[in-house]
Design a protein around this ligand. Structure first.
Ligand SMILES: Cc1ncc(COP(=O)(O)O)c(C=O)c1O
Length: 367
């Protein structure tokens, strides 16, 4: 398996590089003072340094369950398995469904495609349209695979969001074919207009819903989770125990403490959405002004702006721009071979506005 282009890029980034590449949050918005207070409280009790249970600490699972239930998706602590980021959730699921076929979006999340390949899952990639996956080929594929992996909210890499109609059709198709949905939602809380209902809520016994605190709080916590029926979670626990016994319980306790103190998380999320919506606006305006040949849709949330530079080989462009210390991810990385050659994914949440404008001007110069 080839090494991830994103990993290589992240490693070649110096403090001078303007990076539009990784899906990085803005570290100026991390609630680090509140997390420090929680960490101090938690570390004052040595029992928090002991081994813990494989499914995760109960009070955190209860809090996550309550967040789902508050959104109308009835959930209990027994429906939650805490993982080391949602990346580990994908690894657990890939091990469980090893050697199967799986219907995915094209383009899709690089990190998932890598794990699927590693665990010999054969991917059937179906074109992602502006309002979600293309339904007819999806239904035909699902009949064969009975397993699908989708990112319906502010998708990585395209930033696209599924329409309510498509969400309903997909739920009905999963039901009809006795299939299983893996719904990945690390960006679901980063909406700029309104929250979309999870497809999993329509088929709670036939779905895994994956969540993460990486994009909303801090990726270094490495706390994600899987929401599923107890029957679906049970076999995953065996893989989880084998992998790492349990997710870092110190960061689980810190997170639990942070979440249980007033409404600081809700306030933080509101602030985050407001700032990211502003950054999306600034990034879009800079693209329109300095790189007018770039054709793109404005995302309604998340972290990415995706689009095309018609007729330009963007893999060549990034080689050139890297020399001038500007990086992005060329679209081809998110497909199988030979597609998306003139496409680009930009991350708009990490760079500040000054760097954004300077970086886009440098790209225009390279062109
Ligand atoms: C769609 C998607 N799933 C999962 C992940 C993994 O995130 P984490 O392991 O930090 O929760 C990412 C990270 O970029 C992602 O974009």
């Amino acid at each position: 398996m080839k090494r991830s282009f994103i990993r290589e890029i992240l490693e070649s980034i110096t403090p001078e590089t303007i990076s539009f590449a990784g899906g990085l949050p803005d570290e100026h918005l991390f609630p680090h003072e509140a997390l420090r207070t929680s960490a101090n409280r938690i570390l004052s009790d040595p029992s928090h340094l002991q081994y813990s249970t494989s499914s995760g600490i109960l009070p955190l699972r209860e809090q996550i369950a309550a967040i789902y239930s508050g959104q109308g998706f009835e959930t209990h602590a027994d429906n939650i398995l805490i993982t080391s980021g949602s990346q580990q959730a994908l690894d657990l699921l890939s091990r469980h469904y090893r050697d199967r076929s799986i219907t995915i979006e094209s383009p899709s999340y690089l990190g998932a495609m890598g794990i699927f390949a590693l665990n010999h899952l054969h991917t059937d990639a179906i074109t992602l349209e502006h309002d979600g996956i293309t339904i007819n080929p999806f239904a035909q594929s699902l009949e064969r695979t009975q397993l699908t992996y989708l990112i319906p909210d502010y998708q990585n890499p395209t930033g696209r969001t599924y329409s309510l109609e498509k969400r309903k059709v997909i739920a009905a198709q999963v039901q009809k074919h006795n299939a299983i949905l893996i719904e990945d939602g690390p960006y679901s809380d980063l909406f700029f207009e309104s929250r979309q209902p999870a497809i999993s809520a329509m088929i709670p016994d036939r779905s895994y819903h994956l969540g993460s605190f990486s994009k909303t709080l801090a990726p270094a916590l490495r706390i994600g989770w899987i929401r599923a029926s107890e029957a679906l979670l049970r076999p995953l626990l065996i893989h989880k125990e084998a992998m790492d016994l349990h997710t870092n319980s110190l960061t689980q306790y810190i997170l639990f403490d942070y979440l249980s103190h007033g409404d600081q998380y809700a306030t933080h999320l509101k602030n985050l959405r407001k700032h990211y919506a502003k950054k999306r606006k600034a990034f879009s305006e800079a693209l329109t002004k300095y790189l007018p040949s770039f054709v793109f849709e404005k995302p309604k949330g998340g972290m990415f702006i995706y689009g095309r530079l018609p007729g330009v080989d963007t893999a060549e462009l990034v080689k050139m721009s890297l020399k001038k210390r500007v990086v992005f991810v060329p679209g081809n990385e998110f497909y199988g071979e030979g597609r998306g050659m003139d496409e680009i994914r930009f991350n708009f949440t990490h760079p500040n506005t000054e760097a954004t404008i300077r970086g886009i001007k440098i790209l225009a110069n390279c062109l």
